[in-house]
Write a protein that binds this ligand. Sequence first.
Ligand SMILES: [Zn+2]
Length: 465
Amino acid sequence: MLGCTAFISACTTNAATGEKQFTAFMPASSEAQVGATEHAKVEAQFGKFMTGPIATYVNKVGQRVAANTERKDVQYKFYVLDTPMVNAFALPGGYTYFSRGLLTLANSEAELAGVIGHEIGHITARHAASRMSQGLVAGLGAAVIGAAAGGSAGKVANLGSNLYISSYSRGQESQSDELGIRYISRAGYDPMGVTKFLSSLDAQSKMENGGKTNFSYFSTHPLTASRVQEARVEAAKYPANNNESRAAYLNQINGLVYGDSPDQGFARGNKFYHPAMDFTFSVPNGSKITNGTSSVVAQHPNGTVIVFDAGKGKSSDPLTFLKNEWLKGENAGGVESITVNGKRAATTAFEGNVQGKAVTVRLVAVEWSPGTYYRFQMAIPKAVPAAFMSELKTTTYSLRPMTGSEKASIEAKKIRVLVAPAGSTVDSMAAKMNVDGDKTEHFLVLNGMARNQKVIAGQPYKIVM
Ligand SMILES: [Zn+2]
């Protein structure tokens, strides 16, 4: 962090934090412009923002929180990203983003206000000013194969212009929690909203995969062991207020798509279906599929990572595409022409590194239609057995258009809010959940409940259907 003494003229006192800040790299006057430029990248990465009642509602809660901040010079804007990933982030100039996955996880308006207050806190405290020089753009696919940087695999790390918001420091996180609590308390919400939502995020992250998702809330807003407890202590300094608006919130998210949507494709078991782009493929059993905004990533417990994406090419055949456009002329050993379910394709393999471990990188380019290539990148650890290698071959040759009956039967899951009937238990409510894995754990996490907590008859609960 740059000190303030050497550049007096570039220092300002922050109205939210009371701190002196070095802001020469991004004076307040240029924040709106920087935000607008980065906002265009967010839109390019995530596609259209959600519209309709849910967007109106998030904006309404957002403006109510924003009205209670120190920085009135900022015009706050609230966008809902149509992605199952659980995340929120902010850009200079008042741009804030909240994912559909985050909305389905929250349990009250006070929690939503809390996460909004936290993002606004990053803006009012001007945390971005110190991060902008690092650059904001990298990516999910790039984060995975970017993990493969080093050796010749590094040559293919640049998969495209995916967006990646870099992580805040722990100090900035605590400060934003404090500001978020201040703002929602002023706005008339239960100040514990921040704490409760952090607890839900923590539980969800642990359930997902040990908190190691590539583009999740805690990858941008680090969770320290003490963060939830610190937020609880901070909230206790404010007047108690039990306005959570839980029922009103659940009413707003009733019917919201849960997980993947047809426009983005669905993971079902070890298969991936994309009705809008008309393709399906399977990955080895036991793989965890993450559907990113511009790529699909499958991670197997043995360390194998498969990244699938689609790209445009000028080459007239897959072999030329692979050699000249994808590998940009880098010599990657033998490139071979193959046929995948009647479509022309090319493949090659070479040695690389993932986080210091030696891997074989296998690339496959399938010409889906003239000028459009579907691509597999596989990073395969050295020790995997031969039987697994043949499963990976099956993945390559499983890529095909969807059948009519597949298209008719694949549907999005949705959040349904059910009032618990008399005699309900956690298990009886959890049994209604249409999810993979442990239904009871999923029900508890989705509803922000502790393991020993009981269902109360007559109260509304979220179910995935
Ligand atoms: Zn944060």
